[in-house]
Design a protein around this ligand. Structure first.
Ligand code: FES
Length: 157
């Protein structure tokens, strides 16, 4: 299968801020949609690094926070359409966890908008590409994650 890792390695220095986005994609839908976008040659922002997961229900808040701690400026979770989750309620549970985490991100100043959930079918390659582009422009306008700036030691106190 085509390599799903699509990562903007050197872009940071060339064009100013290029957001790093991690996309947790369910193997049964969004991951295939991303593959499909690739095979359709539908280009999307190279900022998105895809992480394959068995179901969005497998994602807990710790995993999402870890992505931010490791330098992501934005994170999205893409799961099956509601009603289509192979594990029944996995995507519904994921949605609830995400909502709760968005609140925490708002309260801590990281910003809940940096985290989003989408629902896709495996056939929605174009939609996947749109989501990748939308998230990239959203995060680009928000700027680098405050967590990242803190770690680099360049943020004013
Ligand atoms: Fe895809 Fe659960 S199997 S979200």
């Amino acid at each position: 299968s085509p390599c799903p890792v699509n990562y903007a390695g050197g872009a940071v220095k060339m064009k100013g801020f290029e957001p790093q986005i991690v996309a947790f994609c369910c193997l049964n839908c969004a991951y295939s949609a991303a593959d499909l976008a690739g095979s359709m040659r539908r280009q999307y922002a190279p900022n998105v690094r895809i992480v394959e997961i068995p179901c969005t229900g497998a994602i807990d808040q710790g995993v999402l926070l870890q992505a931010f701690e490791e330098g992501a400026d934005g994170v999205f979770v893409a799961g099956c359409l509601e009603g289509d989750c192979r594990y029944q309620q996995g995507n519904i549970r994921a949605k609830k966890r995400l909502k709760a985490l968005q609140k925490i991100l708002d309260e801590t100043g990281l910003g809940g908008e940096r985290l989003e959930m989408f629902n896709l079918s495996a056939a929605m390659g174009v939609r996947f590409a749109e989501i990748a582009d939308e998230m990239t422009s959203r995060i680009r306008s928000l700027g680098p994650s405050p967590l990242k700036r803190k770690w680099k030691g360049s943020a004013p106190e």
